[in-house]
Design a protein. Structure first.
Length: 208
């Protein structure tokens, strides 16, 4: 039985304007000690194409769509590793439950090579369960009758005609046990500031 080393990772998350958004602490596995082909196989995970993000931002301005940005707390640990996928880790510093004991991982903890892949498959199942179908043009674009979602790992952009449509989807995901938090309109995404210029008849977006 191979026991993987682990560590704590501390970071500060910022808003696009530079203000502190939150302080974060994560329990992480040192995935560089995993053996490919034995304890993990699929490692890839989809991310939204920037051409899709820009297109939706333009359409949102042109059509007057409502938007919201959401973040999933501790995203990777939502997904289970599945039966037969055994991973073990040492207890982290400051967390000791007896001697000669190790952790048996049931969830896709940060640092595992396969964690992003498992999380995306988990998110996809719940999106499709609530009527948001995966696009064939961009695997991180999910389209529903009343709402559109763009996913970049644990950051999601929602667009809809009404705020209530977005709130309904977020509420359904929360009922599924996904710790998703609405963070306001899509004025900034992944460090890019979005500013609306022009007029309603001739809208224009400035990305900085």
């Amino acid at each position: 039985m191979k026991v993987l080393p682990c560590t704590w990772a501390f970071c500060i998350k910022y808003f696009p304007d530079g203000l502190i958004k939150k302080f974060k602490a994560r329990f992480c596995i040192q995935g560089d000690c995993q053996t490919e082909g034995m304890v993990f196989f699929d490692t890839w995970s989809h991310v939204i194409q920037w051409s899709t993000v820009r297109t939706m931002m333009v359409l949102s301005t042109k059509l007057g769509l409502r938007s919201a940005q959401a973040d999933i707390t501790s995203a990777f640990v939502h997904a289970e590793l599945g039966p037969g996928k055994h991973n073990f880790a040492h207890q982290p510093a400051g967390f000791q439950w007896g001697h000669n004991l190790v952790l048996s991982l049931n969830c896709s903890v940060y640092g595992l090579h396969q964690a992003p892949h498992y999380f995306f498959q988990h998110l996809k199942r719940h999106m499709e369960r609530h009527g948001l179908k995966q696009s064939s043009l961009d695997s991180c674009l999910f389209i529903g009758k009343s709402c559109i979602a763009l996913c970049y790992v644990d950051d999601i952009l929602f667009y809809a005609r009404k705020d209530s449509n977005i709130d309904d989807i977020i509420h359904l995901l929360k009922q599924d046990g996904i710790l998703i938090c609405k963070e306001g309109s899509a004025k900034g995404f992944l460090g890019v500031n979005v500013k609306s210029l022009g007029t309603p008849s001739a809208p224009c977006l400035l990305l900085t």
